[in-house]
Design a protein around this ligand. Sequence first.
Ligand code: FAD
Length: 571
Amino acid sequence: MGGTYTAWMFPRFSAALREDNLDRLGDCRYDVLVVGGGITGAGIALDAAARGLDVALVERDDLGSGTSSRSSSLVHGGLRYLAQAMFGLTRESAVERDLLRRLAPHLVRPLPFVVPDAGGRRNVALTGLGMWIYDGLASFRNVARHRRLSPTELVDRIPGLVAGVGNAGYEYHDCRTDDARLVLQVARTAHRLGAVVVPRGEVVELREARGRVTGATVQDRVGGREVAVRARVTVSATGVWADEVRALAGDPGPPVLTPSKGVHLVFPARDVRVAAAALVPSAADDGRMVFVLPWDGEVVVGTTDDGYEGPLDMPTVEQADAGYLCAAVNRAFGTDLRPFDAVGAWAGLRPLLASEAHLPMDSETLSRRHAIFDEPDGLLTITGGKLTTYRSMAAEVVDRVVATIGGSAARVRSRTDRVPLGLRGGLAETVARTAGVCAELGLDPALSAPLVDRHGDEAVEVVELAAAVPGGSEPLVAGLPYLRAEARWAVEQEMASTVEDVLARRTRVAIRDAAAGGPAVAEVADVLAGALGWSPHQAAASADAYRRRVAGERGVVPLAHPASADALTRG
Ligand code: FAD
């Protein structure tokens, strides 16, 4: 069996390209240097490149490795902001949600949510009113309008709910994505439009002339060399690290941020029976809701929202976080789940705006606002906001950039509302076309739909690769939908250059498998070694660093021994 894995539809986005791009950083003066390759920075690079600006994007680790791969992955209007009468934010989020659903229909998929009745008639009536406003703010163009669920329909959607949690309820719609792959897709699209993208390039100094920031010194975190990058405007989109980057400019003024930690737990689907996402009250009587999201073969439970003062690089799932989430699920579903029943867990940090900390709002609300700071001259800092609104935030930042640059650039408006993100044709046709290629190459056509979800138009090439390499169409990890060929694809086409890049972000093995990949860890290290010319020692070091990272982040959720992984996760 042999495929035709030769046609490169796009310029290669591989680790080799990273080296070339590092060279290019010093070659010219950029219109804009974007610091930070999370969703905000990737979105800004795409917006600027789509307007025809010369753009460089540098990220000190992997693309999306900060908060943007640790969110709840919801692309949502934010129903709960209505309680604070934040109609503007809800409207903006709803518009962006519906736009993203059109620009990336494979990555941003509708997800029904169910709110069981709680708290008496008045509360139920208020929830109903909120639903009308929510649909209205989306101009009634959401996936579907909300509806009242009968007791039978409620049980149908959320079979595991214990009697009495809600006798009936409401259903409304938002969307779900894979946050890490969304960042990757946006960054790759920026690259395709001309942006120079350099992961593992850390800004270690802001360069200044006559009191103005004129670029930055970027250190290659692989080879160690430093490159001076000249830019007319430098944008820091460094999330919770924004104050650290501002400090590089000398006197940064008071901190703009105060981080808050959010934790998620992942359980096997059999443990919590949901056919739609459910919002259930926390067990702490703090008025907060916890969601339970169906996610292919697992359910994701989230999230906490607490002030955080620990190290920014390694937030950890602690007993109190995991206990809070388990208690909410156990009360609503009559289960007896404990943290060690989880197959995965993660902790992320929200960049909250310190300037709003005095306002009478809880951190849930604060975290979704964004702000742009324009001091010192030549440096724009954006922080806060949501994954959902990254595109409109990016447009706002680039409007400021072009206003600074002046000339003809100032007249060009944002175009990203028309730039598809990885899928040009219709979803159904692409799945059918990819299934046809699978059949031609002797592979199971059922591989097609999940591959299109992850790779859009390029699913066809992934199939060709899977057919061309021995064992390429076999699962990378038993019970998960990722193919062994996708590890190689990640290295050759998605700029993955560590085991963690492949298993934590290009695929989500790190949070979906109790052993975080088990034997696949060594296999992925081998693939990287072959592609990047590593020694056995380098391969082992990358595998070890990945295991340490996952164990550190999971905290109280144990990393199962590989030999017991199948029993734990899928038994
Ligand atoms: P980051 O993703 O953190 O990116 C900043 C990047 O800057 C990092 O990758 C970092 O490595 C890099 N960097 C730092 N310093 C330097 C330097 N010196 N040089 C180069 N690079 C540097 N939003 C939603 O819309 N929907 C949700 O469901 C949702 N759920 C959430 C759940 C949780 C628990 C959390 C914490 C957040 C959630 N959010 C959600 C919010 C959303 O995830 C964030 O707003 C968003 O990811 C922030 O992206 P960012 O690019 O600004 O920051």
